[in-house]
Write a protein that binds this ligand. Structure first.
Ligand code: ATP
Ligand code: MG
Length: 229
């Protein structure tokens, strides 16, 4: 399927003012309050007009691990972002064939949007540490400003040093966000173990997980039993 370039509400015909577009990429398996707080505070700190949440189709970093169906990850992203008028969920990466590389997304958006649209790619501090090793990092650095949110256990100075040493001229803004040690991995493990995930992500996402039996022990056993993996 050919991915559709996201529509930007309120961009309108006035190309004279700067439109600041945030892109929050991730596997979102599932999306959680860590992602949402990061995006909201990045939006506020850098005066973003809109943050697009883009679940990755086949994440380049996670090829060897099992990732939940893209439609489920997208649906949860829609549910979690629905109430915030400055958030939107985008199918752009899940509708694209093959492995997801951020550079391809940034290029497509840059080519499509008028010049007054400025791109900001939001990442957690763990992701920013590795930025220079991402596919086509040099090109990426030219297309967007990167917003790095600190995450518990990750050190800004370490990220700064590593990026400086890489020689790739990334424009990175560091923002401090409330310490949220939530991860999708932990949520999946808790669901699998039958533990509560309340207040780690939205009620709507939790409802979706339960209704569709995601991350469920029984489901995993069934799949293993039929040798599908
Ligand atoms: P997993 O445990 O499966 O790796 P995750 O919780 O790290 O999932 P991802 O979808 O891998 O979530 O992350 C998407 C983006 O969100 C990355 O840039 C990551 O750094 C950032 N991020 C993830 N969790 C947090 C958090 N608790 N606080 C701030 N940023 C986060
Ligand atoms: Mg991660």
């Amino acid at each position: 399927m050919k991915p559709e370039i996201p529509r930007l509400p309120e961009l309108g015909a006035d190309w004279s003012h700067e439109y600041r577009l945030g892109i929050m990429g991730g596997t979102f398996d599932p999306i959680h309050y860590g992602h949402l707080v990061t995006a909201e505070q990045a939006r506020e700190a850098l005066a973003l007009d809109l943050v697009l949440f883009m679940p990755a189709g086949r994440p380049a970093f996670k090829l060897d691990s099992d990732v939940t169906d893209a439609e489920d990850r997208y649906a949860m992203t829609v549910l979690a972002t629905a109430a915030n008028p400055a958030f939107d969920a985008s199918r752009f990466e899940i509708d694209r064939e093959g492995v997801t590389y951020t550079i391809d997304t940034l290029r497509a958006l840059r080519e499509h949007y008028p010049e007054n649209v400025k791109l900001f790619f939001i990442t957690g501090a763990d992701a920013v540490l590795d930025l220079a090793t991402w596919h086509d990092a040099e090109a990426m650095a030219k297309l967007a400003t990167f917003i790095a949110a600190t995450r518990p256990g990750y050190d800004i100075e370490q990220a700064r040093k590593r990026l400086d040493e890489s020689g790739v001229p990334f424009d990175v803004r560091y923002i401090e966000i409330p310490a949220l040690a939530i991860s999708s991995t932990n949520i999946r493990q808790r669901v699998q173990a039958g533990k509560s995930v309340r207040y780690l992500t939205s009620e709507s996402v939790i409802g979706y997980i339960r209704k569709n039996g995601l991350y469920n022990v029984h489901r995993v056993e069934r799949v293993e039993g039929t040798h599908i993996r």
